[in-house]
Design a protein around this ligand. Structure first.
Ligand SMILES: Cc1ncc(COP(=O)(O)O)c(C=O)c1O
Length: 380
């Protein structure tokens, strides 16, 4: 492929590396020249089941041959059963399907606002919730927000501290939205005490507690959902990314209290919950909710984190399960570039000093050790 021709026709909002991937299998990718890469980013936590998982391919093929689209004026079995599975493995309420993460956040914000008309939205510094206007308005990052002002009103962002949360939330608050582990800003695990305090503030005032588990969910941290390791249960849960085994699907999962907030006509999405993406999601869930896989994610995460700590230039290591970041005292973007072009390891930099690893959850110990060797070679 001529990358200059591609750049002439694609809007310039992504800083793409000059690699043209043509094939994937498990944790491996191949470029147009046949060069093999080890993928420790998984399309930013999307390909958790690995690339081209045979069960996902089979589910897509079979469903595509039967029915591709009918819309949300009717029922389809893959959608109804997926709603049941998602609710049963989490909050036990009801499910609204979306096509992406940011739409799941929009649905959560709308649900919370409808439950408390006119209420404010509170978000935390360091958060990332998406790029559409509602989600962007609760993503307090100057570079992402400023060019698109004015943003949606009725939002407030506060430091990720117990005192700041307690001061911000009152009976006029519709929702507090947070990521249990802030992914896009460098894999910062929010302390359990902060999450418990957030739950108490929401309980005391009637505000909804929204957990954005778009990146942390579906096995990434070693449990189906990150909240299950914290002892705090949210009212609304956003998921997307890994749910479709690589296809675009997201969901808002409600708890029982807010399950019937939306009435017919309140919200909708033409493509959402289509039979093909739902069939793929069933295949992905079969893989990702397996107990043996989840405990391996936990063990491999410990292995990778403890090994990273011993490497030169590594100043901090963070994360849970296979959601990992490490800080370096050299240029992280250059580390990521050398990993890609010299070591053929796919990773990404969340900032000038932070490298993030989000491998497929189906990797084995050999893959983990191979990635560590490649990182060690670049940092030597
Ligand atoms: C925590 C979190 N929320 C929301 C989003 C937005 O998801 P999408 O890009 O599918 O709209 C992301 C994407 O990286 C995310 O990590």
């Amino acid at each position: 492929m001529d990358l200059a021709v591609a750049d002439a026709h694609l809007t310039p909002n992504y800083a793409r590396f000059a690699v043209d991937f043509v094939r994937g299998e498990g944790a491996r990718l191949w470029d147009a020249d046949g060069v093999e890469y080890l993928d420790f980013l998984a399309g930013i936590s999307v390909s958790s089941v690995g690339h081209c998982h045979p069960a996902v391919i089979r589910a897509i093929r079979e469903q595509a041959a039967r029915l591709i689209h009918v819309g949300n004026l009717y029922y389809t079995e893959p959608m109804a059963r997926l709603a049941q599975r998602l609710a049963e493995c989490s909050l036990r309420g009801k499910v609204f399907f979306t096509n992406s993460g940011t739409e799941a956040v929009e649905a959560a914000l709308k649900c919370a606002r409808k439950a408390r008309p006119g209420g404010t939205m509170v978000a935390l510094h360091g958060a990332f919730h998406g790029r559409t206007y509602g989600s962007l308005s609760v993503t307090p990052q100057e570079s992402k927000q400023a060019p698109f002002a004015p943003l949606v009103g009725g939002t407030q962002t506060v430091p990720a501290t117990i005192d700041a949360i307690a001061a911000a939330i009152d009976e006029h608050t519709a929702a507090l939205i947070l990521e249990p582990i802030q992914g896009e800003t460098g894999v910062h695990v929010l302390p359990d005490e902060l999450l418990h305090a957030a739950r108490q503030c929401c309980d005391a005032t009637g505000a909804a507690l929204i957990f954005d588990e778009i990146q942390t969910g579906l096995g990434r941290t070693g449990t189906a959902w990150a909240y299950q390791q914290t002892g705090v249960i949210p009212d609304l849960l956003c998921t997307a990314k890994a749910l479709g085994g690589g296809l675009p699907i997201g969901a808002l999962i409600t708890g029982p209290r807010l399950a019937d907030t939306f009435a017919p006509g309140d919200h909708g999405s033409t493509f959402a919950g289509g039979p093909v993406v739902c069939a793929a999601a069933h295949a992905a869930l079969d893989v990702l909710l397996d107990e043996a896989l989840l405990s391996r994610v936990h063990e491999l995460g410990e292995l990778v984190r403890s090994s990273l700590e011993t490497l030169p230039h590594v100043t901090a290591v963070r994360g849970r399960g296979l959601m990992i970041a490490f800080d370096v005292d050299v240029d992280a973007t250059e580390v990521v570039r050398r990993l890609l072009f010299e070591q053929r390891l796919v990773a990404n930099a969340t900032g000038p000093a932070t490298v993030r690893l989000l491998p497929p959850l189906v990797i084995g110990e050999e893959d983990a050790r191979a990635a560590l060797d490649r990182i060690a070679a670049v940092l030597a």
